[in-house]
Design a protein around this ligand. Structure first.
Ligand code: HEM
Length: 403
């Protein structure tokens, strides 16, 4: 090959390479630019504090909007002092966090320490063996037999003696009701009966406050607010000096714990007298399994009430709200109820395919747990390539995923 031809070929190769490099760089920077346009601005030391503060009251919608505008559905939120929090709505990542690599993503020491005063070693605040043990005992509560018994005894009584009469009277008198409040009371009564066989009678026609329920609500509200405090030292100082919200927290928590502890003692006595007691509640199940530490059993009960309380009522509130906006769905549900209402109550609900689907659809659009956070206990890489440093908060986002 002549020198001229070689030079010409090299020149052409150079031009073509330049063309591809230029095309690649401008192409990728365009897509990177469009991604970063959706991300909150971040600065040294303070990270995205301004954006976090500005969106604090709409943080679930805000993070959901970001995830929905990013092709990978994963982004890193830069918190002050270099702390990173990963948000993901990517199903493969979620499967990795909750299933495939489950043991690497735990509640972690920060959450555990923050919630310990109220939740102690209850399942919501436990990892490892304590968590596993509670999960195993509690899983029996969700067996077909237990659920059937629960629906036929507890839920049916609460429905026929409380919820339906209250709604019927309001309908007859054309009174306006706060349905969310009614459903919260309904869920609270049910979950207390299943958790420790106690009826707080929160859903009564007078709709008056019930001490245990109010104290539980106050404790939950203040303890969860601790998690969002940018400077945890502040709640710790308030706790030390027993002032402000921490003083109220101490009061409401001790009401809840004393109350629950008394029930634990009573139930223990009952079981001593009659070891073959046929109870549906979780407390009896734990006590019968040989656990006698009253503080631990109280922790178990508190976590369980917390788990079932707002989730159930939020799902039901959104369900009725959506039905009120979708007349054709209401018609189909009523039709199904009429067709299926002459069999036993448990079979009845099991076969209601359309109603079941409507509930699932409600929870897709408005998940009762819209976001959930875990802590990485070691370095990891998510399936989409996101690098996770040990100790990072990793949040999966059911609300963003269902939208
Ligand atoms: C619509 C109703 C409900 C929804 C949407 C819901 C959703 C959830 C979610 C998302 C979690 C976190 C899972 C995880 O981090 O791996 C969870 C945990 C839990 N839920 Fe529910 N839940 C509901 C009702 C209930 C009820 C009625 C009970 C009890 C009777 C209950 C008991 C629990 C328990 C014990 C945990 C802790 C599991 C753990 O840490 O391993 N849930 N729930």
């Amino acid at each position: 090959m002549s020198v001229e031809l070689e030079l010409l070929l090299s020149f052409l190769l150079l031009i073509v390479s330049f063309f591809f490099i230029f095309f690649f760089i401008t192409g990728s920077s365009k897509s990177e630019k469009s991604i970063s346009a959706h991300l909150p601005k971040s600065y040294p030391l303070i990270g995205s504090s301004f954006a976090i503060k500005a969106n604090f009251d709409r943080r679930i919608q805000w993070t959901s909007d970001i995830l929905q505008n990013i092709p990978s559905a994963t982004f890193v939120l830069h918190r002050p002092m270099g702390h990173r929090q990963i948000f993901t709505g990517n199903p493969t990542n979620v499967q990795h966090i909750l299933k495939t690599n489950f043991h690497h993503y735990q509640k972690g020491s920060f959450t555990r320490h923050t919630l310990f005063d109220f939740l102690g070693n209850g399942i919501f605040n436990a990892d490892g063996d304590t968590w596993k043990f509670q999960r195993q005992v509690a899983s029996h509560e969700f067996s077909n037999r237990s659920l059937r018994k629960f629906v036929e005894t507890v839920v049916n009584t609460e429905l026929s003696q409380r919820l339906i009469p209250i709604l019927s009277i309001a309908a007859a008198n054309k009174t306006v009701l706060d349905l969310q409040d009614i459903l919260q009371r309904f869920a609270f009564d049910n979950i207390c009966k299943i958790a420790f066989g106690y009826d707080p009678a929160y859903l009564l026609p007078s709709l008056t406050p019930a001490q245990f329920a109010e104290a539980f609500e106050e404790s939950t509200r203040i303890i969860s607010a601790r998690l969002n405090r940018p400077f945890p030292i502040i709640w710790k100082i308030k706790k030390l000096f027993r002032v402000g919200s921490e003083k109220r927290l101490q009061k409401s928590m001790s009401e809840v714990r004393n109350f629950a502890m008394n029930i634990v003692k009573e139930k223990k006595e009952e079981l001593k007298q009659n070891s073959s007691l046929e109870s549906v509640d979780l407390l009896s199940r734990f006590l019968s399994s040989g656990i006698s530490d009253e503080t631990f059993v109280t922790d178990v009960v508190i976590s369980f009430i917390l788990a079932g309380r707002d989730t159930t009522s939020a799902a039901l509130t959104w369900f009725f709200w959506l039905i009120s906006k979708n007349q054709h769905v209401e018609t189909e549900i009523l039709k199904e109820i009429q067709e299926k209402s002459n069999v036993a109550i448990f079979e009845e609900v099991k076969d209601m395919v359309y109603t079941h689907a409507s509930l699932c659809e409600t929870m897709r659009l408005y998940p009762p747990v819209p976001v959930d956070t875990k802590i990485a206990v070691s370095d990891d890489v998510l399936p989409d390539g996101t690098w996770v440093k040990k100790g990072t908060r990793v949040t999966y986002h059911p609300y963003a995923m269902g939208g």
